[in-house]
Design a protein around this ligand. Structure first.
Ligand code: ATP
Ligand code: MG
Length: 422
């Protein structure tokens, strides 16, 4: 990734007005800031700034998946009907996109990949020696969502990280499930949702008693969770209806909050191995069904959630780890002062050389007000402003996008770096 850009060269056009056809705040801000473009309801293009954010999120997720021994693969998105018939979901999954090729063969566009990964794993796993295995991918999913009004929170095409685990027995699945839970906590902390994301008891459906959802508190959320006032455990609506008391501590004093499901982890157990007759032989030469788990995170949804949580009236306030750049350098030079311009250039070049991720707003055809408003809208964590006024004091002004705190720092690369690394 190239990490230094002049604002004038970036494929980017910000918008002052709210796009008329967007009701969700995350999409409004991301479109206005030039991160994404809407093609149709629930379908978005990612522009250079938005794609950088996506890549940062992806990198964090990939690191955490590799750390728990996940092996990255890449499965097809185009699925022959046969695989979906084997599990019965060709007819029962109502958000499945179906299509036909010229010779009349039916396909689905993958909304998830249990139907593909199970028969794949079956070609490689035969005995207990082949287990456990953890496979993940980061790939586009397609779902005919009925309500696609929440911007990146609910897309009809979106990128998901899906991890699948294969085990010899339930105990091994249980152990790994806890490991994934911790990896998920690290991911949500690292992308800037620390303290806002609750591990939430959800119903395990037909497979097991509880599963976990990771729910981030935001008013834009489509879900409702209940947080126990006694022990802090969160439960989803379904669990609350089933058990009016906290499944963790037994108290019954909950607060209701709106939230969005940013990830979930699920014990599939033998649901899919049975559908595909996927067995292995154990140490005693007995045939046993392979035990499975699946673990998803929607990357688009995560990005949309970060924006829902981190914004103010002026725009987005990116957490450092997922921000498209670290520094937004603004030259305020209405009179085209040449020493001032040279100084700004020098700071830009030096910071770029020292591997800071930096945008340099060097435009001369744009007002001061516009530059500052745009910097706030785009939401990069550090704004460095260089103007006649700051240079009179041989300084630049460094503004924190989050706290709005302004500091005059000597206009030398060492001093600027010292401040940023402090
Ligand atoms: P929801 O109840 O919100 O529809 P789901 O139960 O259908 O979610 P899963 O099938 O478990 O979701 O998908 C795993 C993860 O993928 C979710 O936790 C979420 O982060 C993400 N996700 C699901 N649907 C979408 C979507 N339409 N757009 C973006 N991300 C999604
Ligand atoms: Mg869904």
């Amino acid at each position: 990734m190239r990490n230094y850009w002049r604002r004038s060269k970036i494929f980017l056009r910000t918008q002052k007005t709210i796009p008329k056809d967007e009701v969700s705040l995350n999409a409004q801000l991301l479109i206005r800031g030039g991160f994404i473009d809407k093609l149709a309801a629930g379908i978005y293009s990612f522009l250079p700034l938005g794609w950088r954010v996506m890549k940062k999120i992806e990198k964090i997720i990939r690191e955490e998946m590799n750390r728990i021994d996940g092996q990255e693969i890449f499965l097809p998105a185009l699925h022959p009907k046969y695989f979906w018939e084997e599990t019965g979901r060709w007819t029962t999954m109502d958000d499945l996109y179906k299509l036909q090729d010229q010779s009349g063969r039916d396909f689905a566009l993958g909304p998830t990949h249990e139907e593909i990964i199970t028969p794949l794993a079956q070609k490689f796993i035969f005995t207990y020696r082949d287990l456990p295995v953890y496979l993940y991918q980061i790939q586009t999913k397609f779902r005919q969502e009925h309500r696609a009004k929440s911007g990146l929170l609910r897309g009809r095409e979106f990128i998901m990280k899906d991890l699948y685990s294969f085990h010899a027995n339930e105990e091994d699945l249980d152990n790994y499930y806890e490991i994934v839970k911790k990896a998920y906590e690290r991911i949500f902390n690292r992308v800037g949702l620390k303290g806002k994301t609750h591990l939430t008891f959800a119903s395990g459906g037909s497979f097991s008693k509880y599963s976990y959802e990771f729910q981030t508190l935001t008013d834009a959320g489509e879900d409702v969770i209940y947080i126990c006032q006694h022990c802090g455990q969160a439960v989803n609506q379904e669990i609350k209806e089933e058990t009016p008391t906290c499944p963790n501590c037994g108290e019954s004093n909950f607060v209701q909050k709106r939230s969005i499901e940013v990830g979930n982890i699920f014990k599939l157990k033998t649901k899919f191995s049975q559908a595909f007759n996927f067995y292995y032989t154990d140490q005693n030469n007995q045939k046993k069904p392979v035990i499975m788990g699946c673990y998803g995170i929607g990357l688009n949804r995560l990005m949309g959630t970060i924006v829902e949580v981190w914004h103010d009236q002026n725009g987005i306030v990116w957490p450092e780890e997922v921000s498209p750049f670290q520094i937004y350098l603004i030259e305020i030079n209405p009179f085209n002062d040449s020493p001032l311009h040279q100084k700004a250039e020098e700071i830009y070049q030096n910071l770029a050389q020292n591997n800071w991720e930096i945008v340099f707003d060097d435009r001369s055809d744009c007002s001061v007000g516009e530059k500052l408003a745009e910097a706030d809208l785009i939401g990069i964590p550090w704004q460095i402003i260089i103007s006649r006024r700051t240079l009179e004091k041989d300084s630049v002004e460094i503004v924190s996008r989050q706290t709005k705190e302004k500091t005059l720092v000597k206009a030398q690369i060492e001093e600027i770096e010292k401040f940023l690394k402090r």
